[in-house]
Design a protein around this ligand. Structure first.
Ligand code: GDP
Length: 209
């Protein structure tokens, strides 16, 4: 699907989040999981790039998404900093409490978390930590199994089954930025959630509460 995407702002402090107006989709995953590639596939151009410099203050990057022919943006993509670059616990203890955790806990317009896992490697403690955290918050999330083109059919099916068993509540979408696999399915999920969110009169703060 072709959409129009525009960079909005980069934020490294909870006080700077843009006003919560449109339904928001957050992208989360370990560094190098293929997050930028997933976002770029979805929007059909190179827009997202994450810093791989460890130790530097990193941002949540916000993008406005507009459907062609529509006058106003309808959705926000939030690209969160990759975690697990070095020592998970250190990064999580330094960065998460200051603005990532408040974002995930309190953002009233956060409609869907897209949690990315590399389907080529065994389950990682940092991924489990994130998914357990999202579960505990009651956040809606979809699991995207990245780089699925690197596995042949049988190992891929086994890996996907493993993810489904571990996270029974989550829908798992095999994805490849290289072949485009999973792109339509992920868009479908994003659109459904954004629509349901926009239609609902209940504030998201109540949902998360
Ligand atoms: P990020 O750090 O999570 O934003 O990851 P990137 O999107 O920069 O990707 C990290 C590396 O994985 C790069 O070398 C990409 O070329 C590679 N990569 C990303 N997505 C895919 C994919 O779907 N298939 C394959 N084969 N490689 C991928």
């Amino acid at each position: 699907m072709r959409v129009l995407a525009r960079f909005l702002t980069a934020v490294s402090d909870a006080a700077q989040f843009p006003a919560p107006t449109l339904p928001e989709v957050a992208f989360l995953g370990r560094s190098n999981v293929g997050k930028s590639s997933v976002i770029n596939s979805l929007i059909g151009k190179k827009l997202a790039h994450t810093s791989s410099t460890p130790g530097r203050t990193r941002n949540i990057n916000f993008f406005e998404i507009r459907w062609p022919g529509k006058p106003r943006p309808e959705l926000i993509f939030a690209d969160l900093p990759g975690y697990g670059y070095a020592k998970v616990s250190r990064e999580i203890s330094q960065e998460w409490p200051s603005f990532i955790e408040p974002y995930l806990k309190l953002r009233p317009t956060l409609a869907l978390c897209v949690a990315l896992v590399d389907v080529n490697i065994p389950p990682q403690a940092s991924d489990e930590q994130l998914l357990d955290f999202l579960n505990a918050l009651g956040r809606e999330f979809v699991l995207v199994a990245t780089k699925s083109d690197r596995l042949s059919n049988n190992p891929l099916q086994n890996a996907l089954r493993g993810l489904t068993e571990r996270y029974s509540a989550a829908r798992v979408i095999p994805f490849s930025a290289k072949t485009g696999k999973g792109c339509d399915e992920l868009w479908e999920r994003i659109r459904q959630t954004a629509q349901a969110f926009a239609d609902s009169p209940v504030s998201a703060t109540d949902r998360v509460g």
